[in-house]
Design a protein around this ligand. Structure first.
Ligand code: ADP
Length: 533
């Protein structure tokens, strides 16, 4: 027996139709790499997306075909998403910061047919053209004056295209993992999974997105669908601000000029932004909500935002989870917690929203208690969690009960709060016990004079592995190993203290701005610790 309600498939285009109908004049502002600023609104995005959908059909794109982008954040990129999805295509966001081999592999594996790209990436496109075997047409979002590009393509259309209808489980978007842990793998998002997550993101407990919000996704649109923000902000009817330029001074000016209230991004970007604000005695006047995700944020960073009256929290997730898993929203007892306890709470990764289930298991697969102590492999399930990678021979990568192993190591607390202690590959195994590389790094970054730190496991004859800490000093700072060790001794167990500290000029990062631990492990694999002698 069916119930008495209407059949209303959870299709992504309903999000855009809602935004255009109910919040049509709410703006989307884009700052392009050459400094140009454009303004459109949700009605304009809908109109241009209809034109693009028609243009893609004219170019011979069929439902289910992949249309790729190689671009930073801007409203044309948003149109590319909605226009492609609207005609039944699958929008594939490629991360331009990947290595050539990965870029070649990803586009060929996805069998992309069209590529939209930013002019800034033209040299990359020219270099890879001979290696891309399936892309038939290359269209520039922002061509040089007088050259044809995206606007010419859509200008030829009337804008009366009717979205292709279909099942809510149809695919809409393809994102590849950045390959931190092996070959990039494709994750195929569905209409339903995307809509459900976007609706969830608008809840107060999560991103607090409302029609009054002015949202600047610092996270690039090629990083796990910009964490769903171009969908969720459309549902809320908020204003969006995009910057293709990550220079902290440009970003700060833009945030002030457009009165940005909400942002989200990885810790490395915030490091630069905070340094700029401090150096210029500036402020982030209108900013109210900051979400930090993609990697663990140091306590000092969380404190910095909190002390300025900004709601700050972790968002934890991964490409395989569309990407949202948890968010650091306060619980009912918030007002009873003292200052330090509130900060401790914010430094953890947060709670799940309805739609995500988490558990931790030990190496034998036994479920661990939520006692705030037991640390184990973190598993997740839910309607926006991966079942199987795109075109992957292994088939489903979940167990019989639907649990997906995230590759993270975590502690679950009795109040449901999740705390990432490490990635399973980054954990330092000393004498059979685990040292969290993340906690060591974050404690080190809290030490004045330390700009960035990475803790890696180095082989040790007695302990199996011991931590080596690599440190980048802040410009002009003189800090030495002894001072850092003294600082760490106040923050971590004695047996966690790194056996050695090595000062370096810079640390390698992944294409999404995280510490590239694989490269560091490789580089320091044969490092001989003095304690190993
Ligand atoms: P990739 O796996 O290619 O690096 P993802 O962005 O999907 O790209 O990475 C997801 C991983 O990033 C998670 O499994 C986790 O290890 C880490 N991560 C994401 N958010 C957080 C967070 N708030 N705190 C700590 N680690 C995080």
């Amino acid at each position: 027996m069916l119930g008495g309600m209407q059949d209303w498939p959870l299709r992504i285009m309903r999000i855009l139709d809602h935004a255009a109908r109910e919040h049509g004049t709410r703006e989307l502002v884009s700052l392009y790499a050459d400094g140009t600023v454009t303004r459109t609104d949700w009605a304009g995005i809908q109109r241009d997306s209809r034109k693009l959908a028609a243009a893609l059909e004219r170019l011979g794109v069929r439902p289910g075909d992949r249309v790729a982008t190689l671009a930073m954040n801007h409203s044309r990129h948003v149109v590319a998403w909605y226009g492609t999805i609207g005609m039944g295509g699958i929008i594939h966001t490629i991360n331009p910061r990947l290595f050539d081999d990965q870029l070649a592999y990803i586009a060929n594996h996805a069998e992309d047919r069209i590529l939209f790209y930013d002019r800034a990436f033209a040299p990359l496109v020219e270099r890879l053209k001979p290696r891309w075997t399936t892309i038939e047409k290359f269209i520039c979002f922002d061509p040089a004056p007088g050259e044809p590009g995206f606007e010419n393509l859509i200008d030829e259309e009337a804008g009366d295209y009717q979205w292709r209808e279909g099942d809510e489980r149809e695919p809409a978007m393809l994102c590849y993992t950045s390959g931190t842990t092996g070959d990039p793998k494709g994750v195929l998002y569905e209409h339903r999974s995307t809509v459900l997550q976007a609706m969830t993101l608008t809840s107060g407990d999560l991103f607090e997105l409302t029609a009054r919000a002015v949202v600047l996704p610092v996270v690039p649109m090629f990083h796990a669908a910009a964490w769903g923000l171009p969908f969720a902000t459309a549902i809320a009817g908020g204003k969006m601000v995009f910057s293709a330029d990550y220079n902290p001074s440009v970003m700060c000016d833009l945030m002030r000029a457009e009165k940005v209230s909400h942002t989200a991004g990885v810790p490395t970007v915030w490091l630069a932004l905070i340094a700029h604000v401090e150096a210029t005695d500036g402020d982030l006047a209108s900013l109210r909500v900051v979400h930090i995700g993609g990697a663990a944020a140091p306590r000092s960073m969380i404190e910095w935002f909190r002390d300025r009256g900004i709601r700050v929290g972790h968002a934890w997730g991964m490409t395989e989870m569309s990407p949202l898993g948890t968010c650091g929203a306060p619980l009912g007892n918030w007002d009873e917690l003292d200052d330090g306890a509130q900060l401790d709470y914010l430094c953890r990764q947060g709670r799940v929203p309805f739609g995500v289930e988490l558990r931790t298991v030990d190496d034998a697969g036994a479920v661990l208690p939520r006692d705030g102590k037991a640390s184990g492999r973190l598993q997740a399930r839910g309607p926006w969690v991966l079942r199987q990678y795109f075109q992957d021979e292994r088939g489903p990568v979940i167990d019989a009960e639907g649990w997906f192993d995230t590759g993270d190591v975590a502690i679950l607390h009795a109040d449901g709060v999740m705390q990432i202690t490490d990635r399973s590959k980054d954990v330092i195994k000393s004498g059979g016990e685990w040292i969290s590389s993340i906690e060591l790094e974050n404690a080190a970054v809290g030490c004045p004079g330390v700009a960035e730190a990475a803790a890696v496991a180095v082989a040790h004859p007695k302990w199996d592995e011991r931590p080596l800490l690599l440190v980048v000093r802040k410009p002009g700072a003189q800090i030495g190993a002894e001072e850092i060790l003294a600082h760490l001794a106040d923050h971590v167990a004695k047996w966690w203290l790194p056996d050695e500290i090595v000062f370096v000029d810079s640390l390698p990062h992944t294409a999404t701005g995280k510490l590239l631990k694989t490269a560091l492990r490789e580089q320091y694999r044969d490092y001989r610790l003095r304690t190993a002698a």
